[in-house]
Design a protein around this ligand. Structure first.
Ligand code: ARG
Ligand code: ZN
Length: 467
């Protein structure tokens, strides 16, 4: 039920009905951060988003994005007299809360609905009109975020990207359904997550593409690729695979990419068996971009791949295994706080090892042995992978990926194949669709194994080589 906002004349109202001295529930201002120590400004307190309806136009000629975002949310505790959304740059021209125009202020990367104008309690909707040229995110040697390309634009990044293109509760703890309608010049293809609801007819040289994801999705996993793409579609075992491969790729790269992508249903079957739970979504597929991106990303149902992963035909499917594994661990199960990133990257890398072994290549045991061969003085052992630090190069450092995978391989040896298989299945099934923490995983592992694993996990997830 949608409640009308209560219009207030004063600022914070805590007491009403003075004659009978009835104490009303406290009215609060939603915190400007969700409470993740790695990124204190990310996300916001006081509410939970159910759904984003984004209606945007992107003009590749001047890189201007024009948008209307409608955010449907629910307060999580006290009713709110004001709250924040995350938004980096961009000009806001109008904001309404449940149809009531409100004044906002910009404080750093927060879009603040100032207290004293509305009170929201339970379900509410915020509508934001905005426009501007999004600021790219400096990301190691390159850029991520909203990045213009010769033929259009690519939106991809982790952890920071969402707030650079729409007002958002920008933290994976608050996942939401998304509908994205994007209007671009009619000759271009616009690809995003989930299902293609509509490819509109051209109007005045523009076409609107509407994409929809019903399963909750962490905001950073929302992607958009606009450009000269070949979009193909096929259905296998009830899952629709939509692949967008840039037409700007060389024949060789495009061929290697298509060969790897053709194996997606086989990879999905393999991973469902490995994780002991079915593929979490009904849509799948890939975006292979021609732009110089230094990484791939597990954008929900439709990972993005940099072209350079497909330089050789040999092993080109490994990155596909990695990103599709993230659909279980990273996307369906998502992080409650960024320090637990090994729950994403360690699991996806372990899936690569398991795939390699199943293909008759190096065994998981050999990969683990190679890790354990690394000298204890090597800086590979320096970070605590259970708390690697917020810098992108640490969050996505080799230690998190490889030692994360080795932690799982060692755990399998510690608890035995049966308990390990049972653990992965209970983890991905029991926590499906939820935000998870390391403690929840280690607790479940101890429960399934029926033994205390404190020293084991302290050794593997802490700093230094485990003894
Ligand atoms: N999660 C991505 C992967 O599967 C890596 C993302 C790297 N992110 C970045 N901003 N450089 O490997
Ligand atoms: Zn990964």
């Amino acid at each position: 039920m949608r409640r009308r906002p209560l219009l207030l004349t004063g600022a914070l109202v805590v007491l009403t009905g003075c004659s009978s001295a009835v104490l009303q529930p406290l009215t609060l201002f939603g915190a400007p951060g969700i409470g993740d120590p790695y990124y204190p400004g990310d996300g916001n307190g006081g509410y939970d988003v159910e759904r984003y309806d984004l209606d945007i136009a992107y003009d590749p000629a001047d890189d201007v994005l024009t948008g209307v975002a409608t955010i449907t949310a629910t307060t999580t505790g006290a009713r709110l007299s004001g709250f924040s959304l995350d938004l980096v740059g961009l000009d806001v021209s109008a904001v309404e809360v449940d149809g009531t125009p409100v004044e906002v202020t910009r404080e750093g990367d927060e879009l603040v609905v100032d207290p004293g104008q509305v009170v929201v309690d339970g379900d509410f909707a915020v509508r934001v009109e905005y426009s501007g040229v999004p600021e790219p995110v400096e990301d190691g040697p390159g850029q991520s975020g909203v990045v213009p390309t010769p033929d259009g634009v690519l939106v991809v990044g982790q952890p920071d990207v969402a707030a650079t293109w729409f007002p958002v509760n920008d933290h994976p703890r608050d996942a939401a359904a998304v509908q994205l309608a994007v209007t671009v010049p009619e000759g271009l293809v616009a690809v995003s997550n989930g299902t293609l609801v509509e490819r509109g007819e051209p109007v005045d040289g523009q076409r609107t593409w509407t994409w929809r994801t019903d399963e909750p999705m962490a905001p950073y996993l929302l992607t958009l690729a606009v450009g000269d793409y070949e979009l193909t579609e096929r259905e296998v075992d009830g899952v629709t695979y939509r692949d967008a491969v840039s037409r700007r790729l060389s024949e060789r790269l495009a061929g290697n990419a298509r060969t790897a992508l053709d194996r997606q249903p086989e990879v999905v079957d393999f991973l469902a068996e490995l994780f002991g739970s079915p593929y979490p979504f009904t849509e799948c597929g890939a975006i292979v971009t021609d732009s110089p991106l230094g990484f791939a990303l597990e954008t929900q149902t439709r990972p993005i791949y940099a072209r350079d992963f497909f330089g050789s035909a040999d092993g080109a499917e490994l990155v596909v295994v990695h990103e599709l594994a993230h659909q279980w661990t990273g996307d369906d199960l998502r992080l409650d706080r960024w320090r637990d990133i090994w729950l994403n990257e360690g699991f996806a890398t372990y899936a690569e090892w398991a795939w390699t072994e199943a293909q008759g290549g190096e065994t998981v045991a050999d990969q683990l042995a190679a890790v354990l061969d690394t000298d204890a003085d090597d800086e590979f052992w320096t970070p605590a992978i259970g708390d690697p630090g917020p810098a992108t190069e640490d969050l996505f450092g080799e230690a998190v990926y490889v030692r994360g995978a080795a932690t799982l391989a060692a755990l399998r040896e510690e608890v035995g194949d049966d308990a390990f298989t049972d653990l992965l299945s209970r983890w991905t099934t029991g926590r499906a669709g939820q935000a998870v923490t390391t403690d929840e995983f280690t607790g479940l592992a101890a429960e399934v194994a029926g033994t205390d694993l404190t020293d084991f996990f302290d050794g593997w997830l802490g700093a230094g080589k485990p003894t």
